[in-house]
Design a protein around this ligand. Structure first.
Ligand SMILES: NC(=O)c1ccc[n+]([C@@H]2O[C@H](COP(=O)([O-])OP(=O)(O)OC[C@H]3O[C@@H](n4cnc5c(N)ncnc54)[C@H](O)[C@@H]3O)[C@@H](O)[C@H]2O)c1
Length: 365
């Protein structure tokens, strides 16, 4: 049996509540399966630690992440925890991990779930993945923008050929493993940019096109980011895999989540060539923290993505089986509709949803 060491960073706000559910699901279902074991090592990092001790991410906690097989995170950040220049301190953790571990691809799946009412319930089915370039783009300037006399502030977009190539290759690899878009099963990677206005985005598109030419078995097309937001609402079944620059990917993946029922369902994985960080796409939701009503499903689905990634990396079918079990169990709970948190129109608490997922998984075995 393979044992994986997982660095767990519950973080701030609702982070500890939703992470407790995800780790309970992982522990109980890996134990029930018997073919995989996880050594979960918790690390205290984030805005809470910064407010208490003046440091959000110690070198010790960072090293524990580097030494782990994968990282599972709840949510990091609190609006009141800010550096003197106004930036929130959560970047000390999230950006350090993304940039220093070169987690260049932000993988954000979005799909409609049977039984769940969403703003687009009458629209065609949704099942696509946003691949967000994670370490370049406009956010590469995160600490390097300039502020002149508190009168002019600028940030510079960074697009490199290597970074664009790597994230585009990741998108085509992913498309090769999926069943195509819901509309007609066509395998397709869509490049989202603003190549009609900025030369940086035209360059992103040019490199994307070079990678596309190396994958003649998979279709490729382009959509401008402004039109993208309309297509996401009106014709979401036209997408299979979408690749975008960092800030555009950040924005369109939140919109994507909203079209299928909200951020509480939005899983994500930040993937590099050697490391993987898995966390819900949402933040720490401070206004509902401590009330036991946060939806843990995005974190649970992120944990399943983590197992899938470990399965691929280590050719471990047991990890893939538990990932599938978690995914199917979440589908059962959503389709049943009786145990849902308030963001999905229910009255259940965070822990109850976790228990329902575990019970559904056990029933499936
Ligand atoms: N990767 C991260 O850890 C991450 C990402 C985004 C924001 N943040 C941080 O989180 C804090 C709050 O940011 P925000 O309010 O802009 O975004 P947010 O995602 O925390 O919340 C946006 C809205 O969605 C709701 N929501 C989010 N997750 C939910 C869940 N699981 N269940 C039910 N409702 C949920 C919130 O209540 C809120 O109404 C900030 O400090 C921000 O910097 C962290």
């Amino acid at each position: 049996m393979t044992e994986y060491r997982i660095a767990v960073l519950p973080g701030d706000g609702i982070g500890p509540e939703i992470t407790a559910v995800a780790t309970a699901v992982l522990q109980q279902l890996t134990a029930a399966h018997g073919g995989i074991s996880l050594d979960l090592r918790h690390q205290d990092a984030g805005a809470g630690r910064w407010l208490r001790e003046g440091v959000a991410f110690t070198d010790e906690a960072y090293d524990a992440c580097v030494r782990s097989d994968a990282i599972l995170m709840g949510a990091i950040g609190l609006p009141e925890a800010r550096h003197p220049d106004g930036r929130e301190v959560n970047g000390d953790v999230i950006f350090r991990l993304r940039f220093d571990l070169d987690l260049y691809a932000g993988i954000r799946p979005v799909r409609s779930w049977p039984g769940l009412t969403s703003p687009l319930s009458a629209a065609p089915p949704v099942d696509y993945v946003v691949v967000r370039e994670n370490v370049e783009g406009l956010y590469a300037s995160r600490t390097g923008g300039c502020n002149v006399r508190d009168e002019v502030a600028t940030d510079t977009i960074v697009i490199t050929a290597t970074g664009t190539r790597k994230v585009s290759e990741q998108a085509f690899r992913l498309a090769g493993k999926r069943g195509g878009r819901p509309r007609d099963g066509r395998r397709l990677v869509t490049c989202v940019d603003k190549a009609n206005v900025l030369s940086s985005y035209a360059f992103f598109r040019q490199v994307f096109d070079q990678v596309a030419a190396e994958h003649p078995d998979i279709g490729a097309d382009h959509v401008y980011v402004d039109a993208m937001t309309a297509y996401q609402v009106q014709q979401p079944d036209m997408f299979d895999v979408v690749v975008a620059e960092n800030m555009f990917g950040d924005i369109i993946s939140d919109l994507a989540a909203a079209t299928v029922g909200g951020l509480g369902l939005a899983a994500s994985g930040d993937i590099g060539d050697r490391h993987g960080l898995f966390q819900p796409a949402h933040g720490s939701a401070p206004t509902i923290a401590g009330k036991g009503v946060a939806n843990p499903i995005a974190t649970v689905l992120s944990a399943a993505m983590m197992l899938d990634w470990l399965a691929d990396r280590h050719a471990d079918p047991a990890a893939a089986e538990v990932a599938r079990l978690i995914d199917d169990a979440v589908g059962d709970v959503l389709a049943d509709g009786r145990v849902l948190t308030p963001d999905l129109g229910g009255t259940a608490g965070t822990a109850q949803v976790g228990e329902a997922i575990i019970a559904a998984a056990i029933r499936r075995r």
